[in-house]
Design a binder for this molecule. Sequence first.
Ligand SMILES: C[S@@+](CC[C@H](N)C(=O)[O-])C[C@H]1O[C@@H](n2cnc3c(N)ncnc32)[C@H](O)[C@@H]1O
Length: 481
Amino acid sequence: MKVQDSSLIRHKKQKEEDIAICDCKLNPSDPDGACAERCLNVLTSTECTPTYCPCNLYCRNQRFQKCQYARTKLYKTDGRGWGLLADENIKAGQFIIEYCGEVISWKEAKRRSQAYETQGLKDAFIIYLNAAESIDATKKGSLARFINHSCQPNCETRKWNVLGEIRVGIFAKQDIPAGSELSYDYNFEWYGGAKVRCLCGAPSCSGFLGAKSRGFQEDTYLWEDDDDRYSVENIPLYDSAEDEPTSKLQKTHDPMDPEYISNGKVESPVQFNDYEQVNSTAPFVKAQDLVPIQDAASPVVKAEISEEAVLYPQDSQKIFPQKNAMIVRIKSNSACRNYHIGPGPLSKKRSQIVLNGRPKHLPPDGNDTKLVARHLPSKEAQELLKCEEMRDRANSQLDCLYNEIRPAIEEHERDSQDSVATSVAEKWIEASCAKLKAEFDLYSSLIKHVIFTPQKAEPLEVDEDHEQKTLEYDIPQNLSS
Ligand SMILES: C[S@@+](CC[C@H](N)C(=O)[O-])C[C@H]1O[C@@H](n2cnc3c(N)ncnc32)[C@H](O)[C@@H]1O
């Protein structure tokens, strides 16, 4: 009989209406381009959902789900325990591996870290996931748990939305040649315990792991004794019977002991691809016996795009098909409200988004507008292209604004459970409105031109440079102003 570990957080099932569907089109002559860097979902750090993606089996945006990891191997460092090496050349930006572990509430994270410390556990494996949750890879996890800290790292952590849940991946910050040790900046948030002297050897080394940390500020976090908002009891529990993988993790050995993994042979680096495949699908797994370690500490994951990035009231959800747009959930102090920015729940139809029951077409890309403009007299074409430029400018303003306010949002999120400051939200809304207005202008201009184009099936005479020479207009009386 399986005993459910009540400290683990249950998988959330993604609702159909929350599935984000990109508008990529599969080009049979370039299948590798399916859901590549311009995919709407990729731009919003969201993985495509199998069977819903227009590129179907060719979709390349399911790396977490398919465990498309870089080849890595373990090695024994000098003074820093185990470390992880690149076992192939890795490109800048490449997804290397998921940081898997038990997903627990912060309250549970605090309890465990204290317990680990009392037991004299040496290394720290709890990382920050979001305001309410942490990932503990102390007993269960992937090879990512062996990646050491560096003050001048070649990797970074990024959060991705995978089937409606936020997951953490290790990504290359730069090209990494095979044989290099992988590292990221833990940006430690200490859960107590003595500080660990940093041995990364970087010229800019800050001296200690967690030197950047403001320390574990118990009082500002959620789990004051009388604060039950995020207590384990209130969080839906993971049903191990449903999803628990059968893996090597279930064996009675310490699965995280590289000597166990590598069959006792630690002299030379060992390949771990099979092991990774088995474990990587399960960021949420059942607890096993504790392993004695010392000086527990918990690295905090820095997210490139915070899933709790910017507030946008739910009742005024808008579509922002941009890099910074992500479905987010932010909990306010007074009540548990949901805020969204970015693509709201998307319908199953391609190129169409349904919000609050109203279908909205995704904006045409620049090429489409230019195509339309080619078939218009130059004055109209100019106007159309001007509108498009306006839209692009507003888009990039919104991007800049997002980058500007992101630190405040992340800072705020860590400091307290209040919603992001109203002034920040207002700034965002203002910029979003500017962008929407620019888009509106673009579309109205497009519509105007479409209405004003000839109704007769008179082919347009176009010269080699696509410049239109003649046009016949059939302007409806009521629209001829
Ligand atoms: C997530 S684990 C990394 C894997 C670990 N080396 C092991 O053998 O399991 C984090 C721990 O590794 C050690 N560590 C990581 N980076 C270090 C560094 N730059 N200097 C000293 N110790 C480090 C610390 O003990 C830290 O608590």
